[in-house]
Design a protein around this ligand. Structure first.
Ligand SMILES: [Zn+2]
Length: 129
């Protein structure tokens, strides 16, 4: 019996293999479905002075000192996603009772994977667009 954690690890390996392979014969179906499974539905805020080197998935690192939040793209592709806040050209970060909301939405159109991600973070929940 595998735990959900172990299954996710296996899926991550498979996902990496799929995106590495140049001969993507019939892999579109798998790519899209694994991408769907790997999507996160929740993110946990962690406050820090400086952004750590090794980022964990499912964590929104918030540096108030630098007015910047960073997280790994919630689709599972591990793209570092930087969202400066409380700046004229940035996002708005609101907090209540340990729940964070970032507005407007977050769109990841780059990264190593040929698909993008678009979602809202509202009260620590990831709502996919
Ligand atoms: Zn992504």
């Amino acid at each position: 019996m595998k735990t959900e954690e172990q299954v996710r690890e296996k899926l991550k390996e498979l996902q990496a293999d799929l995106f590495d392979s140049k001969s993507a014969i019939g892999n579109e179906f798998l790519k899209n479905n694994i991408a769907f499974i790997m999507k996160l539905n929740e993110i946990k805020p962690v406050y820090c002075d400086t952004i750590p080197k090794d980022l964990e998935e499912g964590v929104l690192y918030i540096s108030k000192q630098y007015n910047t939040a960073i997280h790994l793209c919630a689709c599972g592709c591990k793209t570092q996603t930087v969202t400066p806040f409380n700046r004229p050209d940035g996002w708005v970060l609101t907090e209540s009772n340990g729940l964070v909301t970032l507005t407007p939405s977050i769109g990841n159109f780059s990264g190593q994977n040929p698909y993008h991600a678009h979602y809202f973070i509202t009260d620590n929940k990831i709502n996919w667009v």
